[in-house]
Design a binder for this molecule. Structure first.
Ligand code: NAI
Length: 324
């Protein structure tokens, strides 16, 4: 049996936290031979609720769960952490501008970045789920100068999976028949779900009706979160948690041969994107490292969509840069 690894989940008493923790403890994220110690970070008013979650985790008697630490102190939560899923964030309140939201979250993610820098394992893998996820990841990264900047990522896997689901319905195939889907850019309504490289059972996807693609598919994927809130009266929690598991599992254990996934990672300038912003790219993973899939053809249409989502991320960075 391997040595246990320490996995931090922030916002552990929230909706996504409740869908996430039990799957990590069951081995869905890091595999059936990897024991975990869960570190649950919450804010003081939620500590009672967290204790309830801890009791339930205990009651599952998961063989892979070798311990649980529940705390409202980031310095305790990130001690020796190997993986961090940063889910807890300040939600957008009534009348709140996007810039207010960025500032409110900047405080949370700078504190957590510093705590990681001081206490976590230096090769910690960080996934930011809490919105605005890409820029929150940038803030945490900028506050952790001793950790490799490439270890900070944000989640666009839910958008990737939503796109696969839409394609599966449209072309009457299973999601695992589909490969090479790409989400470019920000986890926001400017994201660009790109099907130009998608294959079905190894063959190029042909007969994509452009009107359907531009007027239905792209907006459906971009606005799926809002559609779920409207239908359910609450935001997508189970699918978000499932996608966070997918993101971390692929990063830690690798992607399938011939396929890639979408991860928001620090741009190295690939595809002409401003270096440094946390931008979603097509990536393959092996040996715990990701690499951007290079040299894909980019049509004029794709370029204009990539430019729009990149511009939004550059603006978000400008709004919080003074905090770096
Ligand atoms: P929720 O409101 O149910 O839970 C959030 C939890 O975070 C609460 O329990 C709260 O007490 C906690 N929290 C707040 N500040 C904290 C801090 N400084 N430290 C630790 N915990 C803190 O929200 P839910 O549904 O779980 O969503 C969480 C976040 O995930 C939201 O920002 C949401 O917008 C985002 N999200 C991102 C998605 C993505 O694809 N990237 C998809 C769906 C949601």
């Amino acid at each position: 049996m391997k040595q246990p690894v320490r996995v931090v989940v922030t916002g552990a008493a929230g909706q996504i936290g409740y869908q996430l923790l039990f799957r990590i403890a069951a081995g869905n994220m890091l595999g059936p031979d990897q024991p975990v110690i869960l570190h649950l970070l919450e804010i003081p008013p939620a500590m009672n609720a967290v204790q309830g979650v801890v009791m339930e985790l205990e009651d599952c008697a998961f063989p892979l769960l070798h311990g649980v630490v529940a705390t409202d102190d980031a310095n305790v939560a990130f001690k020796d952490a190997n993986y961090a899923l940063l889910v807890g964030a300040m939600p957008r309140g009534p009348g709140m501008e996007r810039s207010d939201l960025l500032q409110a979250n900047a405080k949370i993610f700078s504190v957590q970045g510093k705590a990681m820098n001081d206490h976590a394992a230096k090769d910690i893998k960080v996934l930011v789920v809490g919105n605005p996820a890409n820029t929150n990841a940038l803030i945490a990264q900028q506050n952790a100068p001793d950790i490799d900047p490439g270890q900070f990522t944000a989640m666009t896997r839910l958008d990737h999976n939503r796109a696969l689901a839409q394609l599966s319905g449209k072309f009457n195939v299973q999601t695992n028949d589909l490969t090479r889907m790409t989400i470019w850019g920000n986890h926001s309504s400017t994201q660009y779900p790109d099907v130009s490289q998608v294959q079905v059972n190894g063959c190029d996807l042909t007969n994509v009706d452009q009107t359907w693609y531009v007027d239905e598919f792209i907006p459906t994927v971009q606005q799926r979160g809002a559609a779920i809130i409207k239908a359910r009266g609450a935001s997508s929690a189970a699918s978000a948690a499932s996608s966070a598991i997918d993101h971390m599992r692929n990063w830690a254990l690798g992607t399938a041969a011939g396929d890639w996934v979408s991860m928001a990672i620090p741009s190295d300038g690939s595809y002409g994107v401003a270096p440094g912003i946390i931008f979603s790219y097509p990536v393959t993973c092996a040996n715990g490292q990701y690499s951007i899939v290079q040299d894909l053809p980019v049509s004029e249409f794709s370029q204009s969509r990539i430019d729009a989502t990149e511009a939004e991320l550059r603006e978000e960075r400008s709004a919080v840069e003074h905090l770096f």
